[in-house]
Design a protein around this ligand. Structure first.
Ligand SMILES: Nc1ncnc2c1ncn2[C@@H]1O[C@H](COP(=O)(O)OP(=O)(O)OP(=O)(O)O)[C@@H](O)[C@H]1O
Ligand SMILES: [Mg+2]
Length: 309
């Protein structure tokens, strides 16, 4: 495999649009049971916030060295400020809509003695008006990007994804989509989608053999008019279907510590490599390498240019 094209990566401009989340962790000690109810009392000693969802894809593209613009919707609240602060600290540009009626999506975990005791989610769908405003505002941004990435966590920000895809397509800008939900017709005409096994199965049903998977994947790819369909298959690596061929990469991980977020790393790497002019097959090789590295790390869910070398 060739050397990681660090300088070329630095020239790339990636626009990421999607559902932005804040992953919030409260770590503490438990020493007693509450007098109010039979539940433990956690005395919080440390807090940590991390960018999640589409913002984690942005972090990953940035860690590889790309110039990154993130777009999405946050609230006019403390969590929204935390998101902006983290983006700025990472050098990620942003075009965010701040909506007073929308709470920033937060996934909060309370942990004690290395154990998660509870997760609390704050989320609500953005209004149609807000999504329209974002979509309209982004058409100009798309023109400036080398690659458009749509990170769909089915929270509503990509409610008008068809308009974004159509615009990018008109400008001949590649569009990569991490899909969610049951309606993939929305992604028609994008360049490449990256479902994982479970997501693909929801759309095409179970497969009994590699040949059956190929047939189902190719049918879906043709129906949606995609250049490529890349299935991420966890410990089985990843498989790419294009009109030329089926290409497969076995998983590379030496040791697996933390698989969450590997999908975001894969998506970001594909986007960045494609933006340097790599073929989908080459981009997949780099993405598989990045996936293998990230699952071996605890705590961080990004891979840097140095690590790729
Ligand atoms: N258990 C594992 N062993 C080795 N490699 C793995 C493992 N899990 C993930 N990977 C690597 O990461 C890539 C993406 O993982 P996966 O298919 O689980 O995506 P995903 O389900 O979208 O992940 P997530 O949504 O949790 O971020 C895989 O294609 C592979 O390269
Ligand atoms: Mg995923």
């Amino acid at each position: 495999m060739k050397a990681f094209p660090r300088l070329a990566v630095r020239q790339t401009r990636i626009l990421i649009i999607g559902d932005i989340m804040l992953d919030r962790y409260w770590f503490g000690e438990v020493e007693r049971i509450s007098p109010e109810a039979p539940v433990p009392v956690v005395h919080v000693a440390r807090r940590e916030d991390r960018l999640g969802g589409a913002a984690n894809v942005a972090r990953n593209a940035r860690a590889l060295g790309a110039q990154v613009m993130l777009a999405g919707i946050i609230g006019k609240d403390e969590a929204g400020q935390a998101v902006q602060g983290l983006l700025e600290a990472d050098g990620i540009e942003h075009a965010l809509i701040q909506d007073v009626d929308f709470p920033t999506i937060v996934k909060m975990r309370v942990l004690a003695r290395q154990q998660q005791m509870m997760r609390v989610d704050f989320e609500q769908k953005p209004t149609q008006a807000c999504v329209s405003r974002l979509t309209q505002q982004l058409l100009d941004q798309i023109d400036k990007a080398d690659v458009l990435v749509l990170s769909d966590y089915a929270k509503g920000v990509l409610g008008q994804v068809e308009a974004l895809i159509a615009h990018a397509r008109k400008r001949e800008i590649p569009v990569l989509v991490d899909p969610k939900g049951l309606d993939y017709e929305r992604y028609e005409g994008s360049s490449l989608i990256t479902p994982n096994r479970a997501e693909l199965q929801q759309i095409v049903g179970l497969w009994q053999s590699e040949a059956e998977l190929e047939e189902k994947a190719q049918l879906l790819r043709q129906r949606l008019n995609l250049e490529g369909l890349l299935v991420t298959r966890s410990e089985q690596g990843m498989t790419l279907y294009t009109d030329r061929q089926r290409a497969h990469e076995d998983a590379q991980a030496q040791e697996v510590f933390d698989v969450s977020g590997a999908g975001d790393t894969v998506l970001a790497t594909l986007a960045v490599m494609r933006a340097t002019g790599a073929s989908w097959e080459q981009a997949m090789q780099w993405a598989n390498r990045a996936g293998g590295i990230v699952v071996g790390k605890l705590g961080t869910s990004t891979v840097t240019a140095e690590e790729m070398e």
